[in-house]
Ligand binder design. Sequence first.
Ligand SMILES: [Mn+2]
Length: 330
Amino acid sequence: MHSPSLKSLNKLVELGAVDSDRYPTCEYPATKQIRNLEQRVEGLRQTLERHHGERQLVILQDFPDPDALSSAWVYKLIAEQFDIQCDIAYAGTLSHQENIALVRLTGLPVQRWTNQSNKNRDLSIYQGCVLIDNQGTTSQLMEMVKQANLPITVIIDHHSIQDDFQPEFADIRVSARATATIVTQYLQAGLVSLDSSVSDHVKCATALMHGLRSDTNRLMQAQEDDFLAAAYLSRFYDTQLLNAVLQTSRSKQVMDVIERGLKNRAVYNNFSISGVGYLRYDDRDAIPQAADFLVTEDNVHTAVVYGIVHDEDEELEVVIGSLRTTQDHP
Ligand SMILES: [Mn+2]
């Protein structure tokens, strides 16, 4: 099945991804980019063809963000074109209100796999594992994947290369601002032709727009590729649905943590620092939300909020901190 030419093509794609990010090129950048993108699309297409009719497990980081959630959905839609059925799973929690709303309002097909539910889980129904917006280092589920000897078929990510696995196909672009931008390029290349009369396509495009916005600080840190991806998505996404996702309210627990953050803060030299004490594991995401709020104070450019998270299942206590800054180089 694995002809050497396909293997080397994938290798090339992998090297291309590293190459263009780390080394300057004497070619016209645009030409190089297009050629690489074509190779990437072809590499993914051929990988999926080799696994026609199989079932794959798509793993997200333990606290999946909109970029990961929406990009995984795109991968699932692409894989369906090759008759590959995907289950998207994460351990941990969806703790941010916006993420909960995103999943609920778009019907995003994702499953929470808790330690409890994993006890009787059978991974032998899958033929491959796919990592989207991560490289396995931020998911507790990788231990199970290793034990089940499930091969890593695809990695699509924009975090720095972590070399832990030898996937069949990898598109890791360290210079990309969002995985949503990368997968939108796959859509544009025709791996799925989006259709604005298909409700799932509209919802997926909306989720992607949210993912893209949230990884680029509402497009303020977006680059040309991200704007091009957003321009393409603008043909399909539902602005009202995106508004509904963004306008979700905060839970009482989050409001309480923000209150503690405000009360306990100390401001020195434009830094605001605050400890919020103990939190339940499920409320962990209140910490970055408190930091988001503290950084809006006059004369504050950087906010740090930390708290102690108690995980009842695991009998663990960990200190979690979050830093928010309005400076490019704090
Ligand atoms: Mn991301």
